[in-house]
Design a protein around this ligand. Structure first.
Ligand code: ACO
Length: 307
């Protein structure tokens, strides 16, 4: 069994900080940031809480979904590393806001792998026959845990939320998830502090692990390159995406990106990108995608999804 996307939504803060704004805050330049990361600007949330952002994205996803109503959702999973409240969970707040009275809800923390891990979790429940439909939301207020005096990391991050409604479909699925907890020091955020990152180590880890993850999913499902319409990668760095494309021997057109507009929004980046593609008509029915996430933990994973 695999998942089919039947609705998407997103929320992006109105406030935009371009690279020149960051150059006023730390010693950097628009040219350096664009060249090394592909990022031109990021959206910053100053008013809404993470749960309010998640609700906005979730409402839009449900509005776009013509096949089911909120009461038909069996599960809501929200993934996030940057949310204010400890309790109640963001997913329960989303449930209340959209009236998904029959869904069980929980939050999942797997950093930039969050959306893929949440999707894979839903597919497992679908395979067990526990649920038929699920809503997955990725929401991040990374600006609240970014050290805005550290030029090696603050140039990367942004805020946003993305959501997708998934329904079970009989087609055979494929997925993988891995973690390497012994390398957790590569990307940390102590309680009450800010993100501390060894950028070069993250880069090396990503360009090695993501192609392996994608190839594992393709081999599980015996997919040839021409069977995959798009590879939807976590938007961390344009150069990481380019390197993965090169290693897979696939053209860049199959690796859509929006990192220039949003920067790295961790678990929100994949659903933000999927929503953009879905709404612009680039994902007609029957499209076949492989999503891949990677990040703190270390953690990484990939999965097959259809539209
Ligand atoms: N502006 C100008 N110069 C800078 C900046 C900046 N913002 N940041 C670093 N530099 C300088 C460094 O000091 C260094 O100078 P030196 O040569 O005089 O010592 C030089 O630029 C090169 O620095 P590197 O760290 O080698 O730069 P690199 O090419 O590796 O790019 C970057 C850094 C963009 C962080 C890159 O390593 C990267 O993107 N890594 C992946 C990070 C990532 O994806 N993290 C998030 C994943 S997990 C998650 O999503 C939560």
């Amino acid at each position: 069994m695999t998942g089919r996307i039947i609705g998407t939504g997103s929320y992006s803060p109105e406030l935009v900080w371009d690279n020149n704004k960051l150059a006023e805050m730390v010693e950097t330049s628009d040219e350096w940031i664009r060249e090394r990361t592909g990022i031109a600007r990021r959206h910053i949330e100053k008013e809404k809480s993470a749960s309010e952002m998640a609700v906005e994205a979730a409402k839009k996803a449900m509005e776009s979904c013509k096949e089911i109503k909120a009461e038909d959702l069996g599960a809501i999973i929200v993934c996030s590393i940057a949310q204010e409240e400890v309790l109640p969970s963001v997913s329960c707040q989303v449930q209340a806001a959209i009236g998904a009275t029959n869904a069980f809800c929980f939050d999942l923390k797997a950093a930039c792998s969050g959306f893929v891990f949440a999707y894979n979790t839903c597919i497992a429940y679908m395979n067990m026959g526990l649920i038929k439909n699920a809503l997955i939301v990725g929401v991040e207020k990374l600006s609240s845990i970014t050290d805005w005096t550290d030029r090696s990391s603050c140039i990367l991050f942004g805020d946003g939320a993305g959501a997708a409604v998934i329904t079970a479909c009989e087609e055979e699925g494929a997925m993988m998830m891995r973690c390497e907890g012994s390398r957790g020091e590569v990307l940390t955020c102590p309680a009450g502090s800010t993100l501390i990152m060894n950028g070069q180590e993250v880069f090396k880890f990503a360009v090695r692990s993501v192609p392996e993850a994608i190839l594992e999913v393709m081999s599980q499902k015996m997919l040839a390159k021409e069977d995959v319409d798009y590879y939807i990668l976590h938007q961390a760095n344009k150069r990481i995406v380019e390197s993965v494309a090169k290693r897979l021997g696939e053209p860049m057109e199959k690796f859509p990106m929006n990192i220039d507009e949003y920067g790295n929004t961790s678990s929100a980046s994949i659903p933000l990108l999927v929503d953009e593609l879905y709404r612009s008509g680039k994902l007609p029915q029957g499209s076949r995608l492989i999503m891949a996430g990677f990040g703190a933990g270390l953690s990484w994973g990939a999965s097959y999804v259809t539209v």
